[in-house]
Design a protein. Structure first.
Ligand code: UD1
Length: 337
């Protein structure tokens, strides 16, 4: 039995993490802004940390942000909040951290060019996308490339405020581990879905947007040509990864893991699966695009299997069947993860 402080415990992922920890016999203390306790408040942490062996840090401002007006809030909640937490953990002798990170730190996926080997294309141009040319090309020769799954050692390429602050959290955790001898584990969640996912907002992931549309009797609107690839991982698998991470890592360092299902699917497949489960309406592929979106991002999930013993158990078809009718949560003003 481990005593665990879970931050962001009222959120979509945090609430499942609490359930999984308790089911595994751990003693959980839960903190959430929605319940009036802020991770940026050292006095709150001073009250809760003396009872904890591990902090599982899920509290975050999530989503991709709406515009630059969001920047201060992302830095405050995600980067500053983590800094306050780490300083308080050091002060109270709590030597283990599990951090909710994200695959967004990678930016675009990895690709192989026939002439230039492994490449990492930059952002796609508005001109290419407007004429329906969505696939990234080799940054050196402009030829087509083949998607390759991304491993944890790929260089980071954060392209928005959320990604930048998730990467900052990882770096701060690594600093803390080196300085204090603590053990830090960062879990880079891929596209998490499942019961209690927040409803459609500008910050929602595509699974919740499609689900909300179908529930309202509207067709899911599939952007680009629907061929974008993601790894949709079920929230109960993500919660299990957090339980597995309680005993992972190496003192004095940060260990990083992709948390994914290992079964990539396209956004078009996601829309069809959900529409089919709910009996329509049929998805429409609109050709719209968002400039900040990456085309494909697919994980190599092997390290988490080898080192944490984590393997996702909920297959896409099974998970989508449940998600098609599972309850969604009202979005919180505070956007805890
Ligand atoms: C998402 C999250 C990101 C998180 C990551 C991993 C958001 C906004 N993004 O990134 O914060 O770190 O998962 O969990 O929460 N799309 C449509 N129709 C729509 C909306 C989106 O086709 O109505 C497409 C997009 O063009 C994109 C794909 O769906 O190709 C995924 O979009 P989304 O879920 O928003 O963002 P991710 O980049 O996957």
């Amino acid at each position: 039995m481990t005593k665990v402080l879970v931050t962001g415990a009222a959120g979509f992922i945090g609430s499942h993490v609490v359930e999984a920890l308790e089911a595994d016999g751990h003693e959980v203390t839960a903190l959430d802004l929605r319940w009036g306790d802020d991770v940026r408040d050292a006095a709150v942490l001073g009250r809760l940390l003396p009872d904890a062996d591990v902090v599982v840090h899920q509290a975050a401002k999530v989503g991709l942000g709406v515009n630059v007006a969001d920047l201060p809030d992302y830095v405050s909640v995600n980067a500053y909040g983590t800094a306050v937490l780490l300083a308080a953990m050091a002060a109270h002798g709590v030597g283990r951290l599990v951090l909710a990170s994200s695959m967004v730190v990678y930016g675009e996926g990895a690709y192989d060019c026939a002439r230039h080997g492994r490449v990492r294309p930059g952002p796609r141009s508005a001109e290419d996308m407007a004429r329906g040319s969505f696939e990234p090309r080799c940054p050196r020769c402009g030829e087509g490339v083949v998607l390759a799954p991304i491993g944890e050692d790929a260089p980071a390429d954060p392209r928005n405020a959320y990604a930048t602050t998730k990467l900052a959290q990882e770096h701060l955790a690594a600093n803390w581990a080196r300085e204090t001898g603590g053990t830090a584990v960062a879990l880079r969640y891929h596209n998490v879905y499942g019961p209690r996912m927040p409803k459609d907002t500008p910050y929602s992931g595509v699974a919740a947007i499609f689900r909300s549309a179908l529930e309202a009797g509207r067709a899911p609107r599939v952007f680009e040509d629907g061929g974008q690839t993601r790894d949709f991982v079920h929230v109960r698998d993500v919660a299990d990864a957090n339980v597995a991470a309680l005993t992972g890592g190496v003192p004095g360092s940060l260990a990083v893991y992709n948390i994914a299902s290992g079964q990539p699917h396209t956004v078009g497949e996601l829309a069809r699966a959900l529409a089919e489960q709910r009996g329509g309406p049929e998805p429409v592929t609109t050709g719209e695009f968002r400039l900040g979106d990456v085309r494909h991002i697919v994980a190599v999930p092997h390290r988490a299997g080898a080192e944490l013993g984590f393997h996702a158990r909920i297959a896409f078809a099974e998970g989508m069947k449940e998600f098609a009718t599972a309850p969604l949560a009202e979005p919180s003003r505070h956007r805890s993860a």
